[in-house]
Design a protein around this ligand. Structure first.
Ligand code: G3P
Length: 217
């Protein structure tokens, strides 16, 4: 399972990278706006140490505008994946990107049929938004399992990125389903290592080791 980090904060990505846990990065306009910095500069900094796909989102609403942005963003770095929203115009752009060899990540996916369309258009990645479905009372992870089943039925090559991840249980459930990728905020990755019994266990081992030290030469 690949881990992507869902942030535009370079320091947070670097921290996760130093832990050996970054297979890629996803950004979106909201995450970039939070940083209050030049977009291209952020992207180039991330690409200086992240070699896996880095998702960069277009903001045009028509296919032609999206393509113009896609070509430009794709020229910034070697490992861009162009994030394109799930609309008919977006799907046209995804198809054109596929023809030009530009990687895409179809975003704002909330139904299995949307994911099916993305795969047929030739998307490299599809991003079902789990947390936002949970927020409105749906079981978001059901969408992931439906998409994985549909893609397996037809051997689609599009990879599933579980997005809008809010807590470690989302990661655990996505892994049980066999999703290709989970993109998580840095705070979720931080929490994944924690277990109170691990902390208690370390304390006890260290205390007992003190006893060994006292009787050792
Ligand atoms: O990158 C897109 C996605 O992960 C957004 O998450 O928490 O804004 O629903 P959220």
């Amino acid at each position: 399972m690949k881990f992507f980090i869902d942030t535009a904060n370079v320091e947070a990505i670097r921290r996760a990278h130093e832990r050996g846990m970054v297979d890629g990065v996803t950004t979106n306009p909201t995450l970039v706006a939070k940083e209050g910095r030049d977009f291209r500069q952020i992207v180039e900094e991330i690409a200086s140490f992240v070699k896996g796909p880095i998702s960069l989102e277009v903001v045009s609403e028509d296919a032609e505008g999206m393509m113009k942005e896609a070509r430009e963003l794709n020229g910034w770095i070697d490992n861009a994946a162009i994030k394109i929203p799930m609309t008919w115009e977006g799907l046209k752009a995804v198809k054109m990107c596929a023809e030009e060899g530009i990687k895409t990540n179809v975003t704002l996916v909330f139904s299995p049929n949307q994911a099916l369309l993305a795969a047929k258009a030739g998307a490299t990645f599809v991003s079902p938004f789990i947390g936002r479905l949970d927020d409105v009372g749906h079981y978001g992870m059901q969408l992931v399992s439906d998409i994985v089943e549909i893609y397996n039925n037809y051997d689609f090559e599009t990879e599933v990125i579980v997005a809008s991840v809010r807590h470690p249980v989302h990661v655990y459930e996505a892994a049980l389903i066999g999703a290709d990728i989970v993109t998580m905020p840095p705070a979720v990755l931080d929490k994944m290592v924690n277990h109170p019994l691990t902390d208690v266990g370390i304390k006890r081992f260290l205390a007992d080791w003190e006893k060994v030290r006292k009787v050792s030469r």
